[in-house]
Design a protein around this ligand. Sequence first.
Ligand SMILES: [Fe+2]
Ligand SMILES: [Fe+2]
Length: 297
Amino acid sequence: MRVGSPQHRDLFCRTFIETHVAFEPEHLPWPELDEVNLRRLRAFPFWRYARSIEQRAGRMVTAFAQTVDDSVIREAVALQGTEETRHGRLMEHAIERYGIDAPPLTIADAPVSPEEFAIFGFGECTDSFVGFGAIALARQKGILPADLLDVFEGVMYEEARHIVFFMNWWRYEEARAGRGSFGTHALKALGYHARAAMGTITGATDLPPMPALDDPELSEIVKGVTPVMFLQAALAENRRMLARLDPELIKPVIMPTIATALLIGIRMLPPRKDTALPLSSSKGQDDGDLGEARDAA
Ligand SMILES: [Fe+2]
Ligand SMILES: [Fe+2]
């Protein structure tokens, strides 16, 4: 299959549309939570930000779909807009159901153009990678119950579909315009990642700063998470999520590559004296982590 061909377009649009799951957020299997888990869930400070960001994504992607000439791509982008809007409703439902204090937050709408959709798409690649790691770690550490994390994993799978659809759309449009080789694509993609990050940073100046985690028990658990643990969890979950989608599709590589390089870099640092392990156990751990990194590469 040639990138930029009608077969490529049909594959990335059809895969996206066929893997869409119809559901209403209020009908998902939300578990009853005990006092400890309710307190932990309410303590996370990101709810009002996540709801507003999803709502804005829904408006932006839906508006962008209406500007797309190709009817096959338009249908898929419109479906992504529907899913983003549903993410906003899902966040709203979780906030109401579990009594989370998350007053409404207004974020200005993003402009609508192919360029802005590209910046948004690369931003989603970063956010999804971080989200994969966060959900996987919450599961590993037992921070929240598995049945609640299953609900949020469903959201993350939709985000995995979004970033794979986006990456194929971007490469399709680049190929159709006769732009780029592998090296220039990687450089351009890095530029978009940077612009997405800058947008997040500049957008954040309009927003109240996110408060710190205000729960001693939860803070203690979070403090026990090292960068290596996070990177390994994110890489493994990224691999698992993306493997669920057609192997012929182009998959995002920038975040996994950066994470793998960081993991190798961290492992090359000399051990801190106060945390150095005896040689035998330290070696075993190093081998395992680098093995993960090599797998992920
Ligand atoms: Fe979303
Ligand atoms: Fe998304």
